[in-house]
Design a protein around this ligand. Structure first.
Ligand code: CA
Length: 375
């Protein structure tokens, strides 16, 4: 009842936002709310993930192999995308790989239901309403088949994981079928990603940044993405690339030093294109994952400086292997899928306890090795 009243009240603002009356009847008035999205809105992360664990899952060998295969498969599309939007194939493919595992994981929640529910219940209704209206416009235009409108509980969807408002601003029909379909069309998704980066300030031909070596005694208070100085000022302090190559940019190019794990971990000098990637999903760890994956897709061999840990993180294949070993030890954690949820974490804690390790639920190489060794 409350929901029906709410939807009826949304008709007028929806029409003011550009939704037509018949689309509103068809797609909004038929929504049955799903209250299971509401706890997700207030959920706090159970674990703070270390940067090396985060990157171990996102930039693993399989994603590099898959990304290179996708770059070969879509070589001609990616080259046309670069001609039109100025963003190189490795960067576009890296975003695609991190956002949706190259179009394989787009989310499963019906978007009309999630965004309709969040428009009428819970915090941030004004925000979700505007996204709901944008989603209705996507349905109304027929860009995406309504049954394909599935995504995360919060509304990001498709191969680019755009929110509906971003979709309406940035999506491009690149395969020329008349629809901007970022669910089914890889060319549309790749072009739209490049369009997003270009509109976020991407500079053609410039690097995102480099792993660098800091001089002894570097004052780490200077680090931070927003603390930009001229490249030449950093170089004057003795910062240089770990591979010893020169940096092909003008001396006055704005640059920032990133130390995602402090002075004892890998250090990075980043430029404007790092910020363009960052704008896609405002988290430095996320932007770094894409940047490092793009380097691997260009043939790079990975980081020079190890992360400051004696217990490195697990790739997705390692995570599946760990789950198989947990199952073998009698933990009912369901089918191994490489996603370490509540059941897997609880099982990990029990095994850590048994093995006399720190009981923190974290999956690292040490635990994996202990279980592989049958300890
Ligand atoms: Ca299309």
């Amino acid at each position: 009842m409350q929901f029906n009243t709410c939807m009826t009240d949304l008709r007028k603002p929806a029409m003011a936002a550009g939704v037509d009356s018949s689309a509103f009847d068809r797609y909004a008035m038929t929504v049955i709310p799903d209250m299971t999205v509401l706890p997700l809105l207030d959920r706090q992360p159970e674990f703070t993930t270390a940067i090396w664990d985060y990157l171990a899952g996102l930039v693993d060998q399989k994603r590099v192999d898959d990304g290179r295969a996708m770059m070969a498969k879509y070589a001609s599309t990616l080259s046309q995308v670069q001609s039109r939007f100025a963003v190189d194939p490795a960067t576009v493919t890296a975003v695609w790989g991190v956002e949706s595992d190259f179009g394989r994981i787009n989310g499963r929640r019906p978007l009309l239901v999630s965004l309709g529910t969040l428009s009428c219940f819970g915090r941030r209704q004004a925000y979700f309403r505007s996204e709901f209206f944008e989603l209705l416009k996507i349905a109304q235009r027929g860009d995406v088949a309504v049954e394909d409108l599935k995504g995360s509980w919060a509304g990001a969807f498709g191969q680019t994981q755009f929110m509906p408002s971003t979709y309406n601003r940035m999506a491009v029909d690149f395969d020329g079928d008349g629809h901007r379909d970022l669910v089914r069309s890889a060319p549309d998704a790749l072009a739209s990603t490049a369009n997003y980066l270009l509109k976020s300030g991407w500079r053609e031909g410039q690097p995102w940044g480099y792993e660098v070596k800091l001089p002894a005694g570097f004052n780490s208070a200077q680090a931070g993405r927003k603390n930009r100085k001229a490249l030449s000022q950093w170089q004057a302090q003795g910062i240089h690339r770990v591979d010893g190559e020169s940096i092909p940019l003008e001396p006055d190019t704005p640059a920032a030093v990133l130390l995602p794990a402090g002075v004892n971990g890998p250090a990075f000098l980043v430029f404007r294109n790092f910020d363009a990637i960052y704008s896609y999903n405002a988290a430095e760890s996320y932007a770094l994952a894409i940047a490092l994956l793009s380097d691997r897709l260009r043939g790079g061999s990975g980081l020079h400086t190890p992360w400051p840990t004696d217990d490195p993180g697990l790739s997705r294949a390692d995570r599946v292997d760990l789950q198989r070993l947990l199952l073998k030890r009698g933990h009912a954690i369901g089918t191994p899928d490489g996603v370490l949820g509540t059941a897997s974490r609880a099982a990990i804690q029990q095994e850590q306890q048994r093995l006399g390790m720190t009981v923190d639920g974290r999956a690292g190489q040490k635990l994996l090795k202990a279980l592989r060794d049958g300890r």
